[in-house]
Ligand binder design. Structure first.
Ligand SMILES: *Cc1c(COP(=O)(O)O)cnc(C)c1O
Length: 457
């Protein structure tokens, strides 16, 4: 279904891939046979590949390019900072202006009482930092036995040893003896896939109650924290039933454990609020951030720490943890400029009031398609469930690979939609316009038709 290669350079790059490049989350034999699609350029919500095809990027890179490609101000911020001070560390009682100014700017947009930022190079490192900081917190409080972190099956928290362990992806755990000890998983609030005959509301309460059950099973004196994405991203844009978060909050209030919101995808405007925690009123104790923080122009992540947690570790002596690139000045300068643009151009307000309602309305038009079992979404996040039988939510057999078939048609027709199993997901740049949303949804329907023609015969 992919078109034959016409640019000789494409073949050269594909040979380099085959001979030298180990790509993330890839089957190397498969990749070598097909050859990667080579992306060479981006502007606004569009990408171009080495064959000259223009593609609407419905995934904002990998959930991160909030401001779209080619924002000159971000380029300027990076080059200016590189000339001024390309690198210095923030270890051993030194600092530099960009890291300090970004920490302050993040505190200004973060939920109330979340005023302290530890910088990392990625979301995974943010969650590694979280694990160490949370255990340090309880040790400082004289409760060193409180070590276990509860997370959810099919959650995604990164790919380092701690990140992959915190995540609930079975195929990741299967490699390298994960999860590490001290991490426990509970079921996810995925009604469409796992709700059976329950109503979404009843299922949401059931899924939340699994947290209480797990806390009691482990003993509250052993539990340090619960971590969750406000909306699961990589797991398939899983939006909990309305009953889920209020019940989780009740349970967390009852027991003395910390709440960590992994905001790597939801943070910085994706839901139409600054954070997913604002959207659901979660009031977490810690928040992991990355991706949208710099619009992906340079790597950066971090952990936002509440006053409550800070006050304890502040009195606890050295926190023996850090990365060479914690608060990297160039990344911090880009992050600052990214935040300035989000605020001054009122981009999140525009998402909330204009473009997200439009995207959600247009996406739901796809619910009438014969392949589509459910369309759901919040803000600039959306999911389309592909099914064999709309009424019973019955799936296609795995051999069909309907999600990958659909993804192939999308790529071939100038649209990036990701497939998580048979769930098609989107998370376009926050700056996508209504006209571009029309193009996205029209192309999605065209590709659903092509997919239906192929799999339904
Ligand atoms: C992407 C992601 C991470 C990991 O971030 P990296 O920068 O890839 O390490 C962690 N949590 C969530 C929710 C993510 O989507």
């Amino acid at each position: 279904m992919s078109k034959p290669v016409t640019n000789p350079q494409t073949l050269q790059w594909q040979a380099m891939s085959r001979e030298h490049h180990l790509a993330p989350f890839s089957d190397y034999q498969q990749l070598a046979e097909a050859g990667p699609r080579i992306i060479t350029r981006g502007n606004g919500v569009y990408l171009w590949d080495s064959e000259g095809h223009k593609i609407l990027d419905g995934m904002a890179g990998l959930w991160c390019v909030a401001l779209g490609y080619g924002r000159e101000e971000l380029v300027q911020a990076a080059s200016k900072q590189m000339r001024e001070l390309a690198f210095y560390n923030t270890f051993f009682q030194t600092a530099h202006p960009p890291a300090l100014e970004l920490a302050k700017a993040i505190s200004e947009v973060a939920p109330k009482g979340m005023n302290h930022v530890f910088f990392t190079g990625s979301g995974s490192e943010g969650n590694d930092t979280m694990l160490r900081l949370v255990r340090h917190y309880w040790a400082c409080k004289g409760q060193p036995n409180k070590k276990v972190i509860i997370s959810r099956i099919n959650g995604y928290h990164g790919s380092t040893v701690a990140g992959a362990s915190l995540g609930g992806m079975k195929f990741m755990h299967e490699q390298g003896d994960l999860p590490i000890p001290g991490i426990e998983h509970i079921p996810q609030p995925y009604w469409f896939g796992e709700g059976g005959d329950m109503s979404p509301e009843a299922f949401g309460v059931w899924a939340a109650d699994q947290l209480e059950k797990k806390i009691l099973e482990l003993g509250v004196d052993n539990v340090a924290a619960f971590i969750a994405e406000p909306i699961q991203g990589a797991g398939g844009v899983i939006i909990p039933p309305d009953s889920y978060w209020p019940r989780i909050k009740e349970i967390l209030a009852k027991y003395d454990i910390l709440f960590v919101a992994d905001e790597v995808i939801c943070g910085f405007g994706r839901t139409g609020e600054w954070f997913g925690s604002d959207y659901y009123d979660l009031a977490p104790d810690l928040m992991t951030i990355a991706k949208g923080l710099t619009s992906g122009y340079v790597p950066m992540g971090g952990l936002i720490v509440s006053d409550k947690v800070f006050d304890v570790i502040n009195a606890g002596g050295d926190f023996n943890h850090g990365f060479t690139y914690s608060g990297h000045p160039v990344a911090a300068a880009v992050g600052l400029e990214n935040l300035r643009i989000l605020r001054e151009e009122k981009i999140i307000q525009q998402v909330k009031e204009e473009t997200a309602p439009y995207l959600q309305k247009r996406l739901r038009e796809l619910a009438d398609h014969p392949l589509v079992g459910e369309v759901r979404g919040v803000g600039m996040l959306g999911a389309i469930e592909l099914v064999q039988n709309k009424a019973t939510r019955e799936r296609f057999s795995g051999d069909v690979g309907v999600g990958m078939v659909c993804r192939g048609h999308c790529f071939a027709n100038g649209l990036i939609m990701r497939a998580v199993g048979d769930t098609m997901i989107i998370a376009p740049p926050l700056v996508i316009s209504k006209t571009e949303i029309d193009e996205l949804v029209d192309k999605a329907r065209q590709c659903l038709d092509l997919t239906a023609a192929q799999v339904l015969g």
